[in-house]
Write a new protein. Structure first.
Lengths: 117, 279
């Protein structure tokens, strides 16, 4: 376990040593999506591609479900998950809406609102 | 000796790349952001920098989590952008400045900042977009560059205190460089935003505005917060303000604010721009 003191921030898990250890295979797979050839290989056989990178069951299911909170819980890092999201043309408002259980319109309105107060 | 003309801190949201590629500067969504730049372009035309030292964080283009340096300095003749996986257009390479790179490396390690040196280094949107924004004519009038990458991705990150000290060491090194070059320092990222978790979409305007003011007048103010506290106040990606702090450190004790722009939102981010001239 990481021995650094951690502050409890609601709705937030810092990507630290504990998460980096847990999510290494998932993040390594997502890093491979910097290449178009690899993105296509993933789309052609998603389960096979996950197996090639040694994802555990929890990580594989989160990827197949495109469930961002589940990927984070399985050690995924936001920047690497975003590379997977890119394959499905998800932007950061899609990803934000999914994680907060809001519609995309409501999520975007919340961002605009943050500028008003 | 080389001369630091000043520094510019700016947000590096990937979408800016798409806006630039599609000329959306006057689009209603983008206009409040892009309207911040003409005063900075005017100032740059006046101070005429030859080299830009760019403090940024990589998002999984050059550095994967297999090797994650806390501080890395580029020492390449050219820095190439590449596919980052999220569909933003790639841009033309940037020329390096090997003399300044190695002078920085020699000086910073002498000053006990034990950094990683990179003779090959891909540069991602956090490096390329701020340069595209500041130097829209860079292909006709090239500016030399030195990338300085800080880990703001995998905790533990360098503390605010350490980043400020690192920036001050960068500033001293540039000023001791035997060259007549004029140098501008960039710090990229922030301001408050959080991409992940049920707290996604978090923005803290009050903190950002205080930070913008303190960065000019009293940058040591930031060092009262540890990095977990900075995440609490600015979000998991708002912590990129560490790059701004390093840039500010390089500018010396006193700076004059040239221009400041702040707009919410660009993508999920409170977009900031702060140009400072060295006094």
């Amino acid at each position: 376990m990481s021995t650094r003191p951690k502050l409890n921030i609601p709705g937030t898990t810092l990507f630290d040593g504990d998460m980096a250890r847990k999510g290494y295979a998932l993040n390594k797979m997502c890093f491979s999506f910097n290449s178009e050839e690899n993105r296509q290989a993933f789309l052609a056989d998603r389960e096979g591609y996950c197996a090639k990178f040694g994802l555990n069951e929890e990580q594989k299911q989160a990827v197949l479900d495109l469930n961002v909170l589940a990927m984070l819980a399985a050690g995924g890092n936001a920047y690497y998950i975003a590379k997977l999201g890119g394959i499905y043309k998800l932007d950061m408002q899609d990803v934000g809406a999914q994680q907060t259980g809001m519609s995309k319109e409501a999520f975007m309105a919340k961002l605009v609102e943050a500028g008003r107060n | 000796m080389a001369h630091i003309v000043g520094g510019i801190n700016v947000t590096h949201v990937p979408y800016i790349g798409r806006a630039l590629a599609n000329n959306l500067q006057q689009d209603a969504y983008w206009k409040p952001f892009f309207d911040g730049f003409p005063p900075v372009h005017d100032w740059l035309a006046e101070v005429k920098p030859d080299v830009a030292v760019v403090v940024y964080n990589d998002h999984g283009l050059n550095f994967f989590l297999d090797k994650m340096p806390t501080f890395a300095v580029g020492a390449a003749p050219e820095y190439v952008n590449a596919d980052e996986g999220w569909g933003i257009p790639t841009v033309q390479p940037f020329g390096g400045d090997l003399d300044l790179s190695w002078h920085l490396i020699d000086s910073l390690i002498e000053a006990e900042f034990d950094l990683t040196t990179c003779q090959e280094m891909l540069v991602d949107h956090a490096f390329t977009l701020p340069l595209e924004l500041m130097f829209p004519d860079r292909l006709e009038k090239p500016i030399r560059t030195v990338p300085i990458c800080q880990n703001t991705v995998q905790f533990p990150l360098p503390s605010a205190k350490r980043c400020l000290a690192f920036g001050r060491a960068i500033g001293r090194a540039i000023e001791n460089w035997d060259s007549d070059a004029r140098v501008v320092v960039l710090g990229t990222g922030g301001l408050s935003h959080q991409l992940e978790g049920t707290r996604a979409g978090f923005i803290n305007k009050a903190f950002d505005l205080e930070f913008l003011e303190k960065l000019v007048s009293d940058p040591d103010w930031v060092t009262r917060f540890n990095n977990d506290e900075l995440v609490e106040k600015t979000g998991t990606q708002g912590i990129e303000l560490l790059n701004w702090l390093t840039c500010r450190g390089a500018l010396g004790a006193t700076v004059r604010q040239v221009h400041c722009n702040y707009h919410i939102p660009i993508s999920n981010t409170a977009a900031g721009l702060l140009a400072m001239a060295c006094e």
